[in-house]
Design a protein around this ligand. Sequence first.
Ligand code: ADP
Length: 167
Amino acid sequence: MKEKTAIYPGTFDPITRGHIDIIQRAAKIFHRLIVAVAHNPGKEPLFSVEERVDMIRQSLSPLGLKNVEVETFSSLLIAYAKSKGATAIVRGLRAVSDFEYEFQMALMNRKLEDSVETLFLMPSEQYTYLSSRIVKEIAYYGGDIECLVTPPVARMLREKLGARNRE
Ligand code: ADP
């Protein structure tokens, strides 16, 4: 059977336990999963792309997921997926609010490249309210984020936001 590769693209600013939930589910379905970190300067990420990759690697390493890789990309997603020999793009769906944007993107990607399917996975319900933006907001106001992100991410958030607050 031909090896099936999927791409899980996102900004991951920073990676949350919701993202990790999706990664674990996708890693069970595909032979190889590439977590692809988009540079996304338009979203003005809090963390550099190198920091985001580093936090993903540190968060995933205790899980021992041997078929998961982490990379960055700055080209058109579908071109990147093709260049990796991927047959699927994985996205997480939390609530109805995600649906419209995700639906539009999936159909546009299909129009650009019919051979790559978009697959939506639902996280465990305890993560359906979780987003990188909410984590950053809670961390900014000094709230408890330990149950929302891994310890290395919580540390990086404290460092980054502490440095910003001192500016
Ligand atoms: P993007 O800028 O591409 O939306 P994100 O890092 O915000 O990047 O999200 C990447 C993917 O992960 C998206 O499909 C998003 O819906 C999904 N995602 C984000 N948070 C969660 C979560 N808590 N549970 C499940 N999926 C999530």
